[in-house]
Write a protein that binds this ligand. Sequence first.
Ligand code: SF4
Length: 329
Amino acid sequence: MAAAGSELVRITVNVKEAAAAVPAIVENVRAAGYTTPIIGDFHYNGHTLLAEFPACAAALDKYRINPGNVGFGTKHDANFATMIEVACRHEKPVRIGVNWGSLDQSVLTRLMDDNAKRPDPVDATSVLHEAMIVSALESAAFAERCGLPHDRIIISARMGSKGIVASTAAWAVLLQEGIGDTIRISLTPAPGASRTEEVIVAQQVLQSMGLRQFTPQVAACPGCGRTTSTFFQELADEIQTYIRTRMPEWKTRHRGVEAMHVAVMGCIVNGPGESKQANIGISLPGTGEDPKAPVFIDGKKVTTLQGEEIVPRFKQMLEEYIVTHYSAG
Ligand code: SF4
């Protein structure tokens, strides 16, 4: 996750074996060169694990606690207090989370009681929705009073494009309003798939809104009646993949490379125009055009590629552009 660009990484600490393994996990991650904060995610037994495994408590950078997951009844406050005491002793921040599965029952009970006293009580589902919002707002307000950062994740995890669209729609509104200090996208990965898609989507949301820059943007031809082969798709995909693969090295050596714009266009109608707007762009031949691909750098046509040389030569020009335009970091 850190290699993909995540600036916070969370690991589940759910059993004694997991707590015992945390110091070695953190040590190995640091030895590999990653300084990304590692957050321990606790559920129900966090008070026990943090107290019994002080090395785990010390090794983690932050504890994540859901108020609804720290025990019930009289044990709730005592367990919560134990975790906070450990956090204070080790000088660790705590991230208070809330979601449908762990809604703070005291908030829900309070709102249910308030609702029952109304002359026109609303239905239970409405109270549940309200409790979710109130719990998030109260914890965020408390974080603000304490001078702490806060995030708001108000969407449920979903798979594939539905998850990406739902997350983007929710976050776009919040970010436009300047709400939130951290962002997390929750996507349900396909079996065996990488969780790094969440990181990529989060970065893309921020970059699309002009809030942060993480990786060069590739403007690509979507295809239309002027494309007669799949080459424009293959080249766009290959360049996107190449950029993402090379970014870990580029960003350590070439300051500002993440702001670069690349165009991979499909024909003479839009290709030269889009390519001229990019830092470096290529306009592939469309239907009926000569099989040539002009390349533009900083708005000027610099060469024309064709045949087998298009892919390797364009990648080479990309590398040369980065070396000559983005200073060593
Ligand atoms: S760049 Fe050309 S081929 Fe691609 S969508 Fe635009 S008009 Fe069609």
